[in-house]
Design a protein around this ligand. Sequence first.
Ligand SMILES: [Zn+2]
Length: 718
Amino acid sequence: MNGRLMAALAPALAAALLLAGCTQPLPQRSPVGEVADYEAVYKLDPEGHTLSAEVTARWAPAELDTFFFLLHRDLQVAEAGTERGAHGELLALAEGKSIPIRMRPHLPDTSWFDDGGHLALYALPVASTADTVALRFSYTGVIHDEVEVPEFSRWEIADETTGLIDERGAFLVPGTGYYPALPGAYHLSRFTTTIEHPDEWEALVEGNLLAREPGRARFDSAHPLDGSYLVAGPYVLSTREDSSFTVAMYHYGNDEQLAERYLDASANYLADYEELIGPYPFERFSVVENWFPTGYGMASYTLLGSQVLRLPFIIYTSLGHEVCHNWWGNGVLVDYERGNWCEGLTTYQADYRFKLERSAGEAKQYRLDLLRDYSDYVIRGDEQDFPLREFTSRTTAGTRTIGYGKAMMVFHMIERRIGTEEFESALRDLYYERRFRLTGWRHFFERFAEAEGTDLDWYERQWIDDDGAPMFEVANELVHHAGDGSGYLLEFDLRQVQDARPFRLDVPIRLHFASDSTAEHVLRDVNGETYHARVPAGARPVRFDVDPDFHVFRALDPAEAPPTLSGFYAADEPVVVLPTGGTQAMRDAYREFAEALFRRTDARYVREDSLELFDPGERSLLRFGNEHGARRVLETPEADGLSVRNSALALAWASRSADDPTVVNMQVWAASPHALDQLPRKLPHYGKYSYLAFSAGENVAKGQWPVTQSPLIVELPD
Ligand SMILES: [Zn+2]
């Protein structure tokens, strides 16, 4: 590379890098320009793992005379230039580090300048003064990065590859660098894509199908997208025509019934969201089976691994979630520089809504589980809290808890504040107005504020720009006759005891009366470290609960959440208390059970009769054979009909330590040694429950203990 060209490139590159790190609003046009549209023909050769491409990119140069682009380093560029061939010499500037595969490929990321990755950065000098320059590229090469299981797999159902083409299929994503993309820039382009593939294959990208014949498919993205995802493979294509769209399933042809079920479910979800939010933005929706595990939602299609597709709950949960992303995320686009709101809203209008449709109880449980996750992973766990403004995508249980769970609760609290009808109509308006435009939290709060008639800047500051959550305490409660003789008045102090500054909140209160009836009340705009609450009541309340249904995103008191077995599994170096009573066979079986359960975890073993000498301190205990506790499990409604006389019965349950309520213990009881046979393998799948019953290794009852004692349940004196 000669010195003159280097000097010419430097300012533009610096600008691109600055853009990547900046938190200021993005300029209308980025310093590297924009690609208005791509018109491409991709030819896939599975045997040779080879991609051959002819691409025209219409570039709006933003006063630059150099087109910088990223491309997979193994693609040999045969041609790059303007349509008339007027261009300088193509320069390879750097070969960079892999950009991690994620749903949004153009997140600012400068790490590709490091060595060792799969992308190369090129500079193409272009002599043109036109507003838009048509650049033509042709290139070919091998793309084959073998699929790997990611490190973070606990929440992630996707295996990872930066892209590959082989006999099993082709998987090419924007991060692959299979088309010339601008570095560091976040912008939208339209894509017209032709895919040439083996005759026995099918292929697709986002958008509408223009033409399909053996060995060839042509698509139009229909709307601007922030990247294009290409999938192909030996698929059978099943379709269903609806009045306004086509539902398609690309599958491996070995389970027609499964395909039918997915077509039905997809059509139902699409109709459902059209009614809830607005028209589906494409002519077509596809469910695509994948030979390696994925759970991705692209615009107009979802890519689900073969095993994932066959998990019985996926059709009721993940499929709806991915369909909903066509409105939120792929319809209204996320301005990632200002925080990703789309996972929270999609979770709210899919996963959470499905629970709510089943019952209020399931919805409440879902909210409680979210708050518990926040307590477990962030407050008491070892993950850092952070503001929603900084959320882009989930990488850990903690980032998921905040980016999905807390964000969902931010929408939930607003809905309760302005009313469901206003909330849904605000979202419909926003969808209509912001489709295919980069959209931030701000746009939502503007809509909600309009519905409320006041500004919600404080709400956005508190929930999006700041981290943390309120934690409540009650003090100085008293009941007296109301001065005007109209009944009673309950007064108490509601304290916010978190380290962070106090939140402004609406807090639901439930009053209980001697007649067993209850009354709901909402404290509007609670504020300050101590808020003096006054709640009128017709009759004399005997008890009140603060936010008993978990409508507020807040830090739970440990006693508010029933203990679950996952609380025990999360413990460091638990203590196994080996029983000294009972038969030798039973004692051996309990010991073997513990050794199998802790095969991969450190545990301490101590005999029951020397536990006092041992002093377990804050460690969690695993104990055995407690008949009294076993009876408590069998008295729950879920365990109705189960009996200790069933010799195949085994029970497990969680309880809080009397000394330290943050410590969760586990107890196991079995009717016979063989009843424990399959338990060590099965138990870890049931972590969210407080108690479990198994008969011959099959789960026959599961549930959570009711919460009867909590600092936010306050009994009132007569
Ligand atoms: Zn999602």
